[in-house]
Design a protein around this ligand. Structure first.
Ligand SMILES: [Zn+2]
Length: 173
């Protein structure tokens, strides 16, 4: 029985890695647009039904987070505002807005890579997705590809800080 469980878990991990890799690619796309590199995919029955990357600056829209875009697309694919039995894969722990959206959408499972100590709402700053006072809770799995996804974010912020410094220096001349 434990062998069977191990096999099932190993299979799940292979699938999770496959979808997290796609989320990582989407995060790289965000980076190409000078957006904070976060990517997300929504999966139902082993198929991607929605994907998105962070586009807040491009769209002048503070709600244009990767998860928001992926979930909106999933709703269109499903033609349903409920995402029962869906899994959301995202490269960074969701913020309170996106965690709230997951609850509205009844997302079953969340797999996220890097923790966000400042705004994470899936266990770091808050635990909205597992708040017992709310009418829906999400199964959470964290840490998959955390090193890769947080390296992408740190490199982005490092580059942005260097650019800002260079701009300030240029302005002083
Ligand atoms: Zn968010």
């Amino acid at each position: 029985m434990t062998e069977l469980m191990d096999a099932v878990n190993a299979e799940q991990e292979v699938l999770d890695t496959k979808f997290m890799l796609r989320a990582y690619q989407l995060a790289q796309q965000a980076q190409c647009h000078d957006e904070i590199p976060v990517g997300a995919v929504v999966v139902a029955n082993g198929q991607i039904i929605g994907e998105g990357f962070n586009q807040s600056i491009m769209l002048n829209d503070p709600s244009a987070h990767a998860e928001m875009i992926a979930i909106r697309q999933a709703g269109q694919t499903l033609q349903n505002y409920r995402m029962i039995d869906c899994t959301l894969y995202v490269t960074l722990e969701p913020c309170p807005m996106c965690a709230g959206l997951m609850i509205h959408g009844r997302i079953k499972r969340l797999v996220y890579a890097a923790k966000d100590a400042k705004t994470g709402a899936a266990g770091s700053l808050l635990d909205l997705v597992n708040h017992q006072g709310l009418n829906h809770q999400v199964d959470v799995c964290e840490g998959l590809m955390a090193n890769e996804c947080s390296a992408l974010l740190s490199a982005f912020f490092k580059r942005r800080r260097a650019e800002k410094k260079a701009q300030k220096k240029a302005a002083r001349k």
